[in-house]
Ligand binder design. Structure first.
Ligand code: LMR
Length: 407
């Protein structure tokens, strides 16, 4: 028995960490996973989260199961955090038109979205269109939910390929689902401008598509948590105007609260009335119960403290601004260093991108060379997780890139 089971391919992102850990080179650099590192290259617990942890340690009174869809407080506070800062979102909260459930980070929210779209297929909603370059796991998640997956154009010559993106969207079957990255596109760091989003959303409306929004890097684009909700707000405005009928928002606190291993996030579904909300919530609970019964409570209690305490919330916002500005600084430092070297290459795309990643345009062969000869680890598509760069390793990194390019 079991002899028929072949070896699975290693995960294109997480398996790199294992290789990195085995490397004895003291100059090694890890630019693989999208997890923040401080200026000395260390994982970082946000000071605001330490503050919340102390309160939780002193006040926690039980370790009971929480509700299937997360605690009432968590759901109320996260709903307010995501939708309470703009008019259409406030209106949906007042009208009870948002189903929100705690999820196992963004991945769990995407899984619940995929299950929802499969279980309640409406016309073509069980076919999902994802950007041609996207987070590697999107494909796995939706495939395992049984959805049909297709792609739309996204990037060409290191720039957003808006012409082909719009052309592809115009050909998507009516009432299909479509995945967008809310900000800080992973892996390319390229996002449409507000005007370009308006063009995109016009087609979403005309073709009656269902937007699924992946909101994993909120705060890392502008440095401001509320500002990075611009796409969510634009979509909600369209729903309020009856131009789009619904949206699913898959949100994560992994990056912006540094709560990676706590697996904490949410799924929100915008409905058309409170009856739908009531029914959809009951179905979502049924799905959750059959997969993991109910979510874990430690991360959600930390989030509740941060979102309900004005002082800690402000400290959190400041922590996010600091992380995002260090990443921006490293992006520009790398750009300047590479430009100052003799390689006749145009690196402008590095500073046209935004968020946790830069998409270098280096080939798979060059990335492998960086790993094998210089112990610099990144994903094979040429994505660098910028927070792995700091003032101690940036010169070595730029010189190594230069040598690989000129070799
Ligand atoms: C990444 O893209 O590196 C992160 O989202 C971590 C992950 O789970 O892949």
């Amino acid at each position: 028995i079991w002899n028929h089971i072949p070896l699975a391919k290693p995960d294109p992102i997480l398996s790199i960490i294992e290789e990195f850990n085995r490397d004895g080179n003291p100059q090694k650099i890890n630019l693989s996973v999208g997890a923040y590192r401080d200026e000395s290259g260390k994982p970082f617990i946000l000071p605001s989260i330490k503050q919340a942890s102390k309160i939780l340690f002193d006040q926690e009174s039980d370790k009971e199961y929480t509700s299937i869809n997360g605690s009432l407080d968590y759901n109320r506070l996260v709903k307010q955090f995501l939708f309470g800062g703009f008019k259409s979102g406030k209106f949906f909260i007042e009208q009870d038109r948002i189903v929100l459930a705690q999820s196992l980070s963004g991945t769990g929210a995407l899984k619940l979205s995929g299950e929802f779209l499969k279980n309640w297929n409406f016309k073509n909603s069980n076919e999902i269109f994802i950007p041609s370059s996207t987070w590697a796991n999107h494909y796995n998640i939706f495939k395992n939910c049984g959805l049909k997956i297709s792609q739309y154009s996204y990037i060409k010559n290191n720039s957003l390929d808006l012409t082909n993106l719009l052309k592809d969207l115009n050909q998507i079957p009516l009432k299909s689902s479509i995945l967008f990255h809310a900000c800080c596109h992973n892996p390319t760091g390229l996002n449409p401008t507000r005007d370009e989003w308006l063009e995109i959303l016009k087609i979403v409306s005309e073709r009656e598509l269902i937007p699924i929004v992946d909101l994993a890097y909120q705060g890392f684009e502008s440095g401001n948590l509320q500002q990075d909700l611009y796409l969510v707000e634009m979509i909600c405005n369209k729903i309020a105007n009856d131009e789009i009928s619904t949206a699913l928002i898959c949100q994560s606190f992994a990056k912006n609260m540094g709560l990676y291993g706590e697996r904490i996030g949410s799924i929100s579904i915008i409905t058309q009335n409170s009856n739908q909300t009531f029914n959809i919530e009951s179905q979502l609970k049924k799905t959750i119960r059959s997969i993991y019964s109910s979510p874990s409570i430690h991360g959600s209690k930390l989030v509740e403290i941060v979102l309900s305490n004005d002082e800690i919330y402000q400290n959190w916002q400041n922590d996010v601004a600091k992380m995002s500005s260090r990443i921006k600084k490293m992006r520009f430092e790398l750009f300047n260093l590479l430009n100052s070297m003799d390689n006749n290459l145009n690196w402008n795309h590095l500073i046209q991108q935004n968020g946790m990643f830069c998409f270098t345009g280096l080939s798979e062969q060059q990335i492998l060379k960086l790993k094998n000869e210089y112990s610099i680890y990144s994903t094979l598509d040429g994505r660098f997780s910028i927070s792995g760069i700091n003032m101690q390793n940036i010169k070595y990194l730029a010189e190594s890139i230069n040598k690989v390019i000129n070799s």
